[in-house]
Write a protein that binds this ligand. Structure first.
Ligand SMILES: NC(=O)c1ccc[n+]([C@@H]2O[C@H](COP(=O)([O-])OP(=O)(O)OC[C@H]3O[C@@H](n4cnc5c(N)ncnc54)[C@H](O)[C@@H]3O)[C@@H](O)[C@H]2O)c1
Length: 276
């Protein structure tokens, strides 16, 4: 898919952050959009942001919880009925949980997996049949993270979900190449992106959200707008892996060079930064 002009794109979690920036970037590229989120006021702000720069853009907004499989299946049918051929699906909605294993509540772990992993599977399964029918083929984009390449302490549930998204997406890409040449698949691995993810996160009882936000802000070097441009460029090149931000590239290279020995490095950094 070298051009996105006149294509129909679906973006989940588009009420904030990377999802919002992606929706705006895709509208600039000439896509008509189906954007969804659990946060309807966020979605309305995204729609307004699009109309401010592209007054003629077609933007449909839907309240949708990606963790709800039945709602996702209905949503895919509805988008197809309202907008016709669907060419691009970006499973972006996600949440964070900062908690050591000893303190992690099973309920919080399942909440995160249901959104960050099952939400991606729900979106892929619901839209694939429509992508396969679309004139000119389709593209599935699943948002993982650099934490789908390396694991760090206090992020076991997030790591589990993002590694799972990577495995699922890389298998999907191969299956689509073997059986459905007109479906492209990309997995996205952002580094630190300056979004609301920490404000929206669940944290364990002993943690201080303001402190976590401060540390995150120091590490989140890439704007959502820049991230969206990188992701859209990667989609047009049909990249299997889209690394977002210099930190993501550094981590990608380190993992290739060090293999499993990266664990000693992250342990050392954790002690140094007193993040345990
Ligand atoms: N910000 C980063 O540094 C970073 C790094 C790597 C990966 N990511 C990933 O990027 C994606 C977007 O995150 P972001 O940083 O823009 O965060 P964000 O919190 O700014 O935006 C996430 C959006 O997802 C929505 N959402 C949450 N639960 C939902 C649900 N059940 N159903 C539908 N929508 C839901 C939220 O309402 C919000 O609008 C996530 O998958 C996240 O894991 C972010």
């Amino acid at each position: 898919m070298t051009t996105l002009l006149n294509k129909t794109a679906v973006v989940t979690g588009a009420g904030s952050g990377i999802g919002r920036a992606l929706a705006i970037e895709l509208a600039k590229q000439g896509c008509q959009l189906a954007i969804s989120d659990i946060n309807v006021s966020g979605l309305q702000a995204t729609k307004q942001g699009i109309l401010d720069i592209a007054p003629k853009a077609v933007v449909h907004i839907y309240e949708l919880d990606v963790a709800n499989r039945a709602s996702m299946l209905d949503y895919a049918t509805l988008v197809h009925a309202e907008l016709g051929d669907i060419h691009l699906v970006i499973n972006n909605a996600g949440v964070a949980l900062s908690s050591g294993l000893d303190d992690t509540k099973r309920e919080d772990f399942e909440w995160l997996m249901n959104i960050n992993f099952w939400g991606v599977v729900n979106g892929t399964e619901a839209f694939l049949p429509f992508l396969k029918q679309a004139q000119g083929g389709g593209h599935v984009v699943n948002i993982s993270s650099v934490f789908g390449m390396i694991a760090i302490p206090r992020q076991s549930s997030y790591n589990a979900a993002k590694f799972a998204v990577r495995g699922y997406t890389e298998a999907l890409r191969q299956e689509m190449c073997l059986n459905h040449n007109n479906i492209e698949v990309s997995c996205v691995h952002p580094g630190g992106i300056a979004t609301e993810i920490v404000q929206n996160a669940r944290i364990s009882d002993g943690e201080d959200r303001a402190e976590l936000s401060q540390s995150f802000d120091k590490l989140a070097h890439t704007t959502p707008e820049k991230a969206a441009k990188i992701i859209v460029a990667g989609i047009k090149k049909n990249k299997p892996r889209i690394m977002v931000g210099w930190d993501a590239h550094v981590i990608h290279v380190l993992v290739r060079l060090l293999g499993i020995r990266y664990i000693s490095l992250t342990q050392w950094l954790t002690k140094r930064l007193n993040y345990q």
